[in-house]
Design a protein around this ligand. Structure first.
Ligand SMILES: NC(=O)c1ccc[n+]([C@@H]2O[C@H](COP(=O)([O-])OP(=O)(O)OC[C@H]3O[C@@H](n4cnc5c(N)ncnc54)[C@H](OP(=O)(O)O)[C@@H]3O)[C@@H](O)[C@H]2O)c1
Length: 416
């Protein structure tokens, strides 16, 4: 019989992005890059919404997006948009995701999925992080996740959690190596650090839901949990989850000698959030993950994860890495050419990533999300991973507050 080319009907997936800042830019350029294992699907970013008209329009122009709005409802009303991509500060994630789901749109939501931001706080003063116990925060954050999951489920739409680390080629390769080795994953050591967030929303708990453990820690914590979940699924068909957490946080930029220094190389105007945090996770099989986060580290962003197996060792260096090493005697040599995120200078030795977005997994993440919508399957980074991350982060805050180890099952079931 003669070969017949299958008939493909072109399917258009329209995306609306809410937010026009740093992460919106990463998402827009990654969505434009989807080349597609699905040859009959075309992905189009139809519109962007941000409160400031000029910024929305400039973003649309830069990213070749037809419509720019100051009210995100305009995106929800457009029939050709089937996916809403939430790239706004953390305190807005929940309400926007629920509204989008109720409008029948699939949801991509930036990390962390949600948290606790002082909602329903009734105190004599305005809410600051010390006004509410971390146990209360953990319970409310966990409830917020559940409300988002319920909204997606009851409106039959997907809730896709934008954790790019688990799509990074180094981590994907590590997963294949873990599977091939058949070894026991003893320990993970993971870090995200840099010299402080650019975003004005990161300085206050009411917008960010936490400090460095929340903003930076979501990535290494998410990747560590994902790898242990995968190990369990491969070996026994059951994910290995987190049993307990012990953590400590700090405010390094409040150290008096630093406060007196005239020149600040790191961001220092944090209000009621920590700028340093470390958490040790113990999994149900007894293995460990140590997560280090800091907003006080110079030399460009550090995104690193090490895996200690019973029969192998794996190191994933998303940034910096030595794929490209450059030297310049003066920082003007490379002019406006991008080097790497949050580097303080272009002089001396630098480690520019030839394709930083790809190395960190952003285009791969967007491709998985679009495929999961088209093929009606779960994304690799799903709401269950998002839930585990939120619970571990707030359990870490509780541990730091109480200066003791926190058993997740006990606190979440209300036994404590
Ligand atoms: N995956 C990653 O690697 C990564 C990296 C960075 C950030 N993130 C996440 O991305 C999210 C946004 O962070 P960002 O760094 O992109 O922050 P950002 O650069 O400050 O941008 C935030 C954007 O949200 C807009 N916005 C704020 N309030 C709004 C509202 N009520 N309605 C509509 N738009 C609003 C802001 O516009 P106006 O203020 O002008 O209205 C701005 O365009 C956070 O959840 C963060 O954790 C992820």
């Amino acid at each position: 019989m003669a070969y017949r080319e299958p008939k493909y009907t072109m399917q258009e997936i329209g995306i609306g992005i809410i937010g026009a800042g740093f992460s919106a830019d990463l998402h827009a350029s990654s969505l434009h890059r989807i080349r597609g294992r699905l040859r009959n699907v075309s992905v189009k970013v139809v519109g962007v919404a941000s409160r400031n008209k000029d910024r929305a329009q400039a973003f649309a122009k830069k990213n070749n997006i037809p419509f720019a709005y100051t009210d995100y409802h305009s995106l929800l009303e457009r029939h050709e948009i089937s996916v809403i991509d939430i790239c706004v500060p953390n305190h807005l994630h929940k309400s926007l995701a629920i509204e989008a789901a109720q409008a029948g749109k699939h949801v991509i939501c930036e990390k962390p999925l949600t948290g606790y931001f002082g909602e329903n706080f009734e105190g004599p003063e305005e809410f600051v992080s010390s006004s509410v116990s971390k146990l209360e925060m953990l319970k409310k954050a966990s409830k917020n996740v559940q409300e988002m999951v319920n909204a997606a489920r009851s409106n039959n739409v997907k809730l896709m959690y934008a954790e790019n680390w688990i799509y990074a080629p180094a981590i994907e390769k590590a997963k294949r190596l873990i599977k091939a080795s058949g070894g026991t994953l003893f320990e993970i050591r993971a870090e995200e650090s840099h010299s402080g967030s650019h975003s004005k929303y990161s300085k206050q708990w009411k917008y960010s839901g936490g400090g460095s453990l929340m903003r930076l820690g979501a990535h290494p914590i998410g990747a560590a949990i994902h790898l242990k979940n995968c190990e369990g699924l491969i070996r026994d068909g059951e994910p290995i989850g987190v049993k307990s957490v012990i953590a400590t946080t700090g405010n390094l930029t409040k150290i008096s000698s630093f406060v007196k220094e005239p020149k600040k190389w790191v961001v220092s105007d944090w209000e009621d959030v920590e700028d340093w945090g470390t958490a040790i996770l113990t999994f149900t099989d007894g293995s460990k993950a140590t997560v280090i986060t800091s907003d006080c580290v110079l030399g460009g962003v550090r995104n690193k994860l090490e895996i200690c197996l019973s029969n192998a060792y794996i190191s994933c260096n998303m940034s910096p890495n030595t794929c490209c090493e450059v030297f310049a005697p003066d920082e003007r040599v490379f002019q406006d050419e991008y080097i790497t995120e949050k580097t303080e200078t272009k002089a001396g030795w630098s480690f520019p990533s030839p394709d930083e977005d790809w190395v960190r997994g952003y285009p791969q993440e967007m491709e998985d999300f679009i495929e999961s919508v088209v093929l009606n399957r779960d994304p690799i980074s799903d709401a269950d991973l998002a839930r585990q991350v939120v619970e571990v982060i707030y359990a870490s805050y509780l541990s730091a507050e109480e200066r003791s180890e926190v058993e997740l099952a006990n606190v979440l079931s209300g036994k404590v």
